[in-house]
Design a protein around this ligand. Structure first.
Ligand SMILES: CSCCC(=O)C(=O)O
Ligand SMILES: [Fe+2]
Length: 185
């Protein structure tokens, strides 16, 4: 089950460690959504393929594309290079949607005060990182994760490294955050 906390300021030691503040400062999923717009669904890892919950999310959100990524030294081509780029602060023009099916890892997202929030994900956790938010990913000390990736239409995995403040998706994200993610038709 997902856990969310504010990170410490230590940029020297291993990125795969937890990097808690002292004392730890956890956030609820509601606080995470309010502060960042990151959405979360808890799926049953044993039944998600047939229980209809994932199918409903896919239908509602228009996820037409689906594949799987395994991050391990053995399974990921250009492992070191990929992990380095995953952990370089960036944004995308589309949502980043991941359902963890095996292993674990950390998605880090910036809040509106530019503080890093660490989201520890485990099997059954589905997270949706909004377009335009600065974020990064790292394996944890178990060094292994397998996740399903979803996308609306043809996937675009391209990261735009920070600074990317002038991109329309970034401006839209910042505006949405200021309004509190309320959508008025
Ligand atoms: C758990 S998915 C691995 C990371 C990734 O796909 C990404 O950062 O884009
Ligand atoms: Fe990303």
């Amino acid at each position: 089950m997902v856990k969310v906390w504010y990170m410490d300021e230590d940029i020297v030691s291993d990125q795969r460690l937890e990097h808690h503040k002292s004392p730890p400062e956890y956030l609820s999923l509601e606080e995470l959504f309010r502060k960042t717009g990151v959405e979360y669904y808890c799926l049953n890892i044993d039944t998600f393929e047939t229980d209809g919950v994932l199918d409903k999310i896919k239908k509602e959100r228009g996820y037409t594309y689906e594949d799987q990524i395994t991050c391990s030294e053995k399974c990921l081509p250009n492992y070191a290079e990929k992990l380095k780029s995953f952990y370089t602060e960036h944004l995308h023009t589309d949502e980043e949607i991941r359902l963890v099916v095996e292993g674990s890892g950390y998605f880090d997202v910036r809040d509106s005060e530019d503080q890093w929030i660490r989201i520890a994900v485990f099997p059954g956790d589905l997270i949706i990182i909004p377009s335009g938010i600065y974020h990064r990913f790292t394996l944890d000390s178990n060094n292994y994760i397998r996740a399903k990736r979803f996308f609306i239409g043809e996937p675009v995995w391209l990261p735009y490294n920070r600074p990317a403040d002038d991109m329309p998706c970034r401006k839209e994200y910042v505006e949405k955050m200021e309004k509190g993610f309320i959508t008025v038709q």
